[in-house]
Design a protein around this ligand. Structure first.
Ligand SMILES: Cc1cc2nc3c(=O)[nH]c(=O)nc-3n(C[C@H](O)[C@H](O)[C@H](O)COP(=O)(O)OP(=O)(O)OC[C@H]3O[C@@H](n4cnc5c(N)ncnc54)[C@H](O)[C@@H]3O)c2cc1C
Length: 241
């Protein structure tokens, strides 16, 4: 079994009770072609050639990424299963080139602990309307966390009460604190669009909650699956000011 095989069995914890796992990829590890080599082979189809040894293959891949020859990177695909709060999904689905399938709240009932409980409270940034900067004191954070817990418990109690009164699941969920509810999705994309997601969601100006998923995918799946591409991506995209 190769190291890439192992990625298909990995589940990485994110936030308080979220996670991300890789359920499938193209090329599948059993094909015996690494994802980096799949990129190189796709580029070489232009002149019907394949691998020319590691040194030349890696040089070609770096050239492709640096010069934004993007389509060979679309030959590699990642299918993740992700559990994340809805506020993260709301941002993730804006990446229109991804394909998604979501758990249905019309079908599955929610449990009281299906809510995101942050471990710290960030302050509003004074000069960036979309960002946070610094953290509240521990005392204030503890009070807010307790208030949030009570809010979740009350919302869930009203949800259960509505269900018991015969309200449909699709409508009873109006009682749940929407942004906080954990949902499980399939999320599939190719390496080119995954790099676009990482480029936008790894920086500090991305919201912490989606950044945590981007960091997990970057470190635990993308880099080990595509070490040459990850190195070139770091050099030509992430490290460029
Ligand atoms: C820090 C931050 C703040 C943000 N704030 C907001 C916000 O306030 N409101 C908001 O609505 N969004 C916001 N977004 C989302 C942002 O506008 C993008 O929708 C999201 O980041 C996806 O980026 P993308 O379009 O490059 O990716 P994808 O949607 O995956 O698209 C990748 C590329 O494919 C092409 N493409 C995709 N779909 C089409 C299409 N239909 N037609 C033509 N070309 C297409 C484009 O070239 C695009 O760059 C924010 C994103 C970030 C990172």
């Amino acid at each position: 079994m190769t190291a890439i095989h192992g990625l298909l069995e990995k589940k990485v914890a994110v936030l308080d009770q979220g996670w991300v796992e890789l359920v499938d990829m193209l090329p599948h590890p059993s094909a015996g072609v690494s994802p980096d080599l799949a990129v190189v082979n796709a580029a070489r189809v232009s002149f019907l050639g394949e691998s020319k040894g590691d040194r030349r293959d890696k040089r070609l891949l770096f050239y492709l990424l640096r010069e934004r020859h993007t389509s060979p990177f679309e030959m590699v695909e990642f299918k993740f299963r992700v559990r994340a709060p809805l506020l993260t999904w709301w941002q993730w689905v804006r990446h229109r080139t991804w394909n998604f399938n979501a758990q249905s709240g019309r079908y599955t009932p929610f449990r009281e602990d299906d809510h995101y409980q942050p471990d710290r409270w960030r302050k509003q940034s004074p000069d960036n309307k979309q960002a946070s900067l610094g953290e509240l004191t521990t005392t204030m954070s503890n009070e807010l966390s307790q208030a949030l817990k009570e809010h979740y418990a009350r919302g869930h109690a009203l949800y259960v009460q509505a269900l018991e009164q015969g309200v449909a699941r699709e409508q009873a969920r109006l009682f749940l604190p929407g942004f906080a509810v954990y949902y499980t999705w399939y999320a599939k994309t190719d390496a080119h669009n995954l790099m676009n997601f990482l480029r936008l969601r790894l920086p500090q100006d991305a919201q912490y909650e989606i950044r945590a998923y981007a960091e997990a995918i970057h470190k635990e799946f993308f880099t080990p699956a595509m070490p040459w591409t990850a190195e070139a991506f770091q050099q030509f995209v992430l490290d460029v000011p």
